[in-house]
Write a protein that binds this ligand. Structure first.
Ligand code: SF4
Ligand code: FE
Length: 486
């Protein structure tokens, strides 16, 4: 069976020996680094749940390529049921980690590239799809984590890739030979990059003919020569170095983003899935974005479940759980959270097969899903902070709480209801702080805004897919201006 254990996954990362920089240093052992390890634990959780009987239906699937049981994170969706289960899997993972678990970007890249390479070959006579499917089989058989790498640095946003003062601000092909291509550039905000075995690179925007060197897609092992990583900081990240796990709010799990630099990296032809076919870049970006916008209707909802639970628990610890306005705020949070889930499920159940057989989500509903995600988690976070109270941002550290002289005073004066230990109250407040202001807020708040494309990107897609002409026609018929065709 092609499923790794969590330990096998973590050991496989050690063997990669990636070049990771953080705080101005090359990190020798990044797998055990206290700032990085929670993000590895979050990915490892996907391996753990796949082996758990209770979650097998969500975390695993039957490969359409090999017939083997594989991780759903490496699966090509074969039905709307697969699309729905994907969203349910991501909600479950969000509930279990309360963080970004990083593995979805690669899944979304694989599914987008599958249909696009098929349609590109059919139109242009290229031979990318066969190569691509071989790569997917390799990923499935070895249960690998894939970093789906789309976002370029982009420099001056008013200029096209080929017009930039520095031509490397979008990743590009700098040499082509009979063996393969050499690429140069960078990918920013790369979720889970340091925890991945493979990087699947895609162009970041629709390219015109003059930008054809930037129309490139390929997969490369994450430790290929010329690739290195600069780890992204998160709010309050150095709390993980203080030896006071309570102060982190979520000591076990976390997300991860890194800047990935491609310093003239060679990619053999077997791993190249697009090279200068600029006509298909728009389709690839659109499909990848739609899958990832669907994803947010799962992962953010799962993390939202934890935040709502924390708000309800702290209301009890504070002795206000029965107040009518608190109950109403909790209802509002649930309403917002389930609306996001409804959008994730809706765009999945309205999915349809592409020419390659792989299912795609409904593009309009996926964009509506993500546009709601740019707003609702902020309101849920605001309500959680409202219920938590000011102590969330003024309470002393765990070390004070453990101090032999000061500790008893904190135990006494920071207590809520008599039946709940003070430590439980402080832990719950730290969890809410983590998700609204700390490391967890990267995944829950800011990523809700900008991840899978900033709100304007969804508005552009919604405007394009809205079909206002059809709606105007409906109005003309009802208003008696136009007759309905029989
Ligand atoms: Fe997955 Fe959500 Fe993280 Fe994206 S933000 S990688 S969908 S957990
Ligand atoms: Fe994301």
């Amino acid at each position: 069976m092609a499923l790794k254990t969590p330990q096998e996954y973590i050991d496989s990362l050690r063997n990669l020996k990636l070049k990771v920089y953080m705080f101005g240093e090359l990190i020798e052992n990044y797998v055990d680094h206290p700032i990085i390890r929670p993000s590895i634990n979050a990915v490892a959780k996907s391996y753990r749940l796949a082996l758990d009987e209770r979650y097998r239906d969500l975390l695993t699937a039957t490969s359409s390529l090999t017939g083997e049981t594989i991780s759903r994170f490496t699966h090509l969706h074969q039905s709307t049921d697969d699309l729905v289960r994907k969203v349910q899997m991501l909600r479950l993972m969000g509930q279990k980690t309360a963080s970004c678990f990083q593995r979805c970007v690669g899944m979304d890249a694989l599914n987008a590239l599958d249909s696009v390479t098929f349609e590109m070959d059919r139109k242009l006579g290229t031979e990318y799809h066969r190569r691509f499917r071989r790569f997917v089989k390799h990923v499935q058989e070895n249960d690998l984590v894939v970093d789906g790498a789309m976002t370029d640095p982009k420099g001056d946003r008013s200029l096209r890739p080929s017009q930039q003062a520095d031509p490397d601000l979008y990743l590009r092909v700098v040499r082509v030979s009979s063996d393969g291509i050499v690429v140069r550039g960078a990918k920013v905000h790369q979720t889970g990059a340091v925890n991945s075995h493979e990087i699947c690179v895609m162009p970041t925007t629709a390219m015109a003919e003059e930008d054809r060197d930037y129309a490139v897609a390929f997969a490369i092992p994450s430790n290929a020569p010329g690739i290195f990583y600069v780890y992204g900081r998160q709010s309050c990240d150095t709390r993980k170095l203080e030896g006071a796990e309570m102060d982190t709010g979520n000591a076990m799990y976390g997300g991860q983003e890194a800047l990935v630099i491609f310093d003239d990296v060679f990619v053999p032809w077997e791993r190249v899935f697009m090279c200068r076919e600029y006509q298909f870049t728009g389709m690839l970006v659109e499909r990848f974005a739609a899958y990832h916008r669907q994803s947010y209707g799962g992962c953010k909802v799962g993390v939202g479940d934890v935040l709502i639970g924390a708000a309800a628990a702290i209301a009890e610890y504070n002795g206000v759980a029965r107040a009518a306005h608190i109950r109403d705020k909790l209802v509002e949070m649930v309403h917002l959270n389930e609306t996001l889930y409804a959008c994730g499920i809706a765009c999945s159940s309205q999915g349809y097969p592409t020419a390659s057989g792989t299912y795609l989500v409904d593009l309009l509903l996926a964009n509506v899903c993500k546009l709601n995600v740019t707003r609702f988690p902020y309101e849920i976070a605001r309500l959680a902070e409202d219920i938590a109270g000011g102590l969330m941002v003024t309470m002393p550290s765990e070390k004070d709480f453990r101090h032999p002289q000061i500790g008893p005073y904190l135990e006494k004066y920071l207590k809520g209801v008599a039946t709940v230990p003070t430590e439980h109250r402080l832990r719950m407040l730290r969890l809410i702080e983590n998700l609204t202001l700390g490391c967890g807020a990267v995944g829950y708040r800011t990523e809700s805004l900008h991840g899978a494309g900033s709100p304007q990107a969804q508005r552009i897609m919604i405007a394009r897919l809205a079909d206002l002409e059809h709606k105007k026609k409906l109005a003309r018929i009802i208003a008696g201006i136009e007759r309905e065709e029989e």
